[in-house]
Each structure stands twice: as structure tokens, then as C-alpha cells.
Design a protein around this ligand. Structure first.
Ligand code: KG4
Ligand code: ZN
Length: 339
């Protein structure tokens, strides 16, 4: 078992071509090339455009990450790559590159779960011990509350969304408000000029365990805009955002209370939201819960999180994946690495 493995992680599940390098829990490099601008005029990520952009960017992103980290390919102890969930064509570019490196260099290869990786990035904060925590994972495709102790082996899903994911709700409401793609950051910006208590939007499944539902909220916002053509858009954005933030944190902190776990990790693209970060800090302080939110750059998709997840697997004695492991468009959070 290796305690400080030098790991290169590749992430290509959506529109970011990203490579991160870590040594143990120390971040050495995090390089990202995004094709987001090529998708903007379509109002959403076009899979074929994303795949081609990954192919073009991959060699230079890998080289740049090695340069920043000051290491060479031969120094690596393992290679990690997102094997799912994500866009299959996009994932295949990453897993093919990773297979090529692994075979050419004779280094162990780990296919890892993109969702677990979002949470595993928390391990890169070396100032903290890896204690049990509740994880609130909020990304474009997922909203889950999980109980985690050893990220590389097992996580327990306490609840998840029964319809839209939080990020998806941000993106859909942004489209209705005619904001730029991607919608989450656009709503975040506009909401700063609005009044979050202007409109009382519904808090879905307020009393129902740990599951989320955001489709009712989406419908309520759409109906409000239809009935109120002169609505102040910033107020709508702020009030919508407040409803999401309120529900996410109410349930995540309830999970902390009911399990007796005193740490909360908020991760995934939506964890970049400034209001979510602010309210999480306030409520965790009141509840006496230690809040761990990765820096904004490590919340949205990146390669450091894949390297972090792989590093935890290597140091935890998990066996590498077998050559030819599958890429999958959907994978449960309970499967951190591939066989
Ligand atoms: O984790 P991520 O980068 O990709 C997936 O794994 O899905 O998450 C992307 C999601 C998108 O829905 C995007 O709108 C949302 O994260 N997002 C935000 C913010 N930045 C990204 N949502 C709200 N506020 C933000 N600042
Ligand atoms: Zn993601």
C-alpha cells in the first residue's frame, strides 16, 4: 500500500477537458480547457462538439499539468480517469487517453466515479483529518445527501432528487429568464441585484426525509413569470435561488443532526453558488457543524478531483481497474471505482 502516491487524473465527462496531479493529498496541478463557448449558441452542451474538443485539447492539457506539477510521466504511481457518469463520447476520449498512458508507461489505471470524485476533492484540504462527514452533492445531474466515512470503499446514500437535479433547475430557470448559458453562474450573478424574499416559491418535499424535488419549484417560477410579465427578473432569480438553497441546507443539516455527524461537505458545480456558500456558512456555524466547501475552482468539473479520488483508492489498497473497463452514462454513487 502506498501512502503518498503521485497520481494524474483525467476528467472529460462533459465540456471540460481537465487534468489534475496530486501527491497523496497535496494538489500539484489543476489544468482545465473548456469548450463551453462552443456550446453557448446552442443553449446546452452538444455531445459531439464536446468529444471533438476533448480530442484536440487532451495532449496540451496533459503536458501543461505535468509542467505545472514539475513531474514527468515516468514519475507517476497511478493514472485515474472518470469512467462515468457523463456523456459517453466525451468519456471515451478520456478513458482512451488514460488507457494509452497506462499501457505505454506500465502504470496502474483506475476508472473512477465522477460523483464520488466531486466529494473526494475535499481530501485535498490537508489541514483536516479524513473524518466521517455528511456530503451534499449538487451538480448538473445529481442532488444527493450521503453519509461517508471511507470515500474509496463505501458511501451510503441517504436521499436524492426524485426529479430534477439542483443544477438542472438552475439551468432551466436561467433559460426561462433568457439568461446566458450556463445558467447557474448567470442566476448567481443576477440574484445579487435582487430581493430573495420578494416572492415565496415552494420548498419541495419539505417534510419528506432526505429526498429532493425541484420540478414543482420550476413550474411555480414559470407560472409566476407568465402571470407577471413585468416581473423584476433579479427578484425572481434571487427568490428562486433562495428556495433551492433553503431546501438543500435544511435537509443536509437535518442529516447531520439525525446521524450525529458534525461535518458537512458541500460539493459539485452548484457548490460554486455564492448564496449557497454564504447560507451554508451561517447555518453550520449556528448548528455547530464543521463546513467543508472546496474552493470554487474545485467545485465545478476538474481533474484534481479525479486525481484525489484515485489517490484515496491507491492509498486505501483498492485494486486497479481492468484494462477495457466500460464507460457508463449513469452510475450509482455507491460505486467509487471500477473493477
Ligand atoms: O459538477 P458540474 O460542473 O458538472 C456536472 O457534473 O454536472 O455541475 C454543473 C452544474 C450546472 O448545472 C451549472 O449551472 C451549475 O453546476 N453551477 C452553478 C454555479 N456554477 C455552476 N449553479 C449555481 N450557481 C453557480 N455559481
Ligand atoms: Zn461534475
Amino acid at each position: 500500500m502506498m501512502s503518498q502516491p503521485l497520481v494524474l487524473g483525467i476528467e472529460t465527462s462533459c465540456d471540460e477537458t481537465a487534468v489534475g496531479i496530486v501527491r497523496g493529498r497535496t494538489l500539484l496541478a489543476n489544468v482545465i480547457a473548456s469548450s463551453v463557448e462552443e456550446h453557448a449558441r446552442f443553449g446546452g452542451v452538444v455531445p459531439e462538439i464536446a468529444s471533438r474538443a476533448h480530442l484536440e485539447a487532451m495532449p496540451s492539457v496533459i503536458n501543461e499539468a505535468l509542467k505545472v506539477a514539475g513531474v514527468s510521466l515516468n514519475d507517476l504511481d497511478a493514472i485515474g480517469v472518470t469512467a462515468g457518469p457523463g456523456l459517453i463520447g466525451a468519456l471515451l476520449v478520456g478513458t482512451s487517453a488514460a488507457h494509452g498512458l497506462s499501457l505505454a508507461l506500465d502504470k496502474p489505471l483506475y476508472g473512477v466515479n465522477h460523483l464520488s470524485s466531486h466529494l473526494a476533492v475535499d481530501a485535498l484540504d490537508e489541514s483536516r483529518a479524513l473524518t466521517p462527514a455528511i456530503g451534499l452533492l449538487v451538480s448538473g445531474g445529481h442532488s444527493s445527501i450521503i453519509q461517508m466515512s471511507d470515500m474509496a470503499r463505501s458511501v451510503q446514500v441517504l436521499g436524492e432528487t426524485i426529479d430534477d437535479a439542483a443544477g438542472e433547475a438552475f439551468d432551466k430557470i436561467a433559460r426561462i429568464l433568457e439568461l446566458d448559458f450556463p445558467g447557474g453562474p448567470a442566476i448567481d450573478r443576477l440574484a445579487r441585484e435582487g430581493n430573495a424574499t420578494a416572492i415565496e416559491f415552494p420548498r419541495g418535499l419539505a417534510n419528506s426525509e432526505y429526498n429532493f424535488s425541484f420540478s414543482g419549484l420550476k413550474t411555480a417560477v414559470a407560472r409566476y413569470l407568465k402571470e407577471t410579465p413585468l416581473a423584476h427578473k433579479a427578484d425572481v432569480a434571487a427568490s428562486f435561488q433562495e428556495a433551492i438553497v433553503d431546501v438543500l441546507l435544511e435537509k443536509a443539516l437535518r442529516a447531520c443532526r439525525e446521524t450525529g455527524i458534525e461535518a458537512l461537505i458541500v460539493a459539485g458545480g452548484v457548490a460554486a453558488n455564492s448564496r449557497l456558500r454564504m447560507v451554508a456558512a451561517e447555518r453550520c456555524r449556528v448548528a455547530g457543524v464543521e463546513l467543508r466547501t472546496p474552493p470554487v475552482a474545485l467545485c465545478t468539473d476538474n481533474g484534481a478531483m479525479v486525481a484525489a479520488m484515485t489517490s484515496l483508492a491507491v492509498s486505501g489498497g483498492i485494486a486497479p481497474s481492468q484494462v477495457g473497463f466500460p464507460t457508463l452514462s449513469t452510475v450509482p454513487l455507491t460505486q467509487p471505482t471500477w473493477l
